[in-house]
Ligand binder design. Sequence first.
Ligand code: PMP
Length: 415
Amino acid sequence: MNALPSVATASFDPDVVRRQFPILDQEIHGRPLLYLDNAASTQKPVQVIDAISGYYRRDHSNVHRGAHALADRATAAFEKARMDVAAFLGGAKREEIIFTRGSTEGINLVANAWGRTHLGPGDEILLTAMEHHANIVPWQLVARFTGAVIRVAPVTETGELDLDAWKALLSERTRVAAMVHVSNTLGTVNPVAEMVACAHAAGAVALVDGAQAVNHFAVDVRAMNADFYVFSGHKLFGPTGIGVLYGREALLEAMPPWQGGGEMIERVSFEAGTTFTTLPWKFEAGTPHIAGVIGLGAAVKWLQGIDRDAAAVHEQGLLERVDAALAGMNDIRRIGTAPGRVAVASFLLAGAHPTDVGMLLDQQGIAVRAGHHCTMPLMERLGIPGTVRASFSVYNTIEEVDRFLEGLDKVRSFL
Ligand code: PMP
């Protein structure tokens, strides 16, 4: 393989970064791929691909229970990745980092292990109207089981949380407030540190869904003071099928396990019953996604090797350009215009269904997402069937923004 530019020192050059993503170097329908579906899943740098491949080529074995060299190597790499993730989240403890299949599984874990033991009839779960289904449905399931009630804070026309209304819904009945850090549909960044503080003042625990946050800016779970924070590897330049639940140690300690099986026990006996192992493994039943964890560790290290502030400035530059252009088009209705949002442009083109716009862009090699983006209640609130969503990442360029806008122009000519 060709030598790749090093990212060992924190720097940010979008062209250097871009060359580290082999998938971007291809044609779709005879045109260079223009990938603007980053909110659905980001692409993977060669460092992540190589870490996964290297693991399977050299080090694969099951973890934690082997008495041989490969098992030791696999375990060491697996647990090192956990420490890398802990550092990535601002210095969490090893005990507080639980590997899951993704954000969805992290929220289901909390809703079940914490929710079923702490919620009862009349207790309230406070959500927002901009949640992804992953932060709605697990709570609906646990509410049905426990008799708890879901309250939903409204969203304004510009796609911002109505913070006063959210605060007004907090009461002594609120047991948990679960909120999205960054909206996948709107790009809105919620004031989660303030919301966590308010939730705590009301006696509630706070879960933050960071699926769309961690890839755009540095997150410090301690500074935020969240009780639980979840994210997915595949939106963070890492593999699918792996994610992280950060949980405050004392809370995790007090929670019963969710799934049972190997790896999470201390002793199993039909007569004496089963005792469970310590954190974090108490919540990691069964053989884990070892390659996924190692790939995620590589993704986190890769991100730490670039200047994240400069990367954020680059992304904001892309957003400003696309925003300015879309705002000047009479047939475009922008959905989500909150100040300070991340590089997500959701919109409707007059006279065209979002799905058709997505298809016509795809024919030009431009990948966007069209639909409800797993935020049906938000679509209902805004009175729209869905949006076209162009979501940008570190490897996108200003030239690509212009090509996207030209592509949109071409879509018009088909209508
Ligand atoms: N929350 C948000 C805000 C998301 O954007 C997503 C993924 N679209 C999820 C949760 C769920 O993530 P996953 O499917 O990786 O579990």
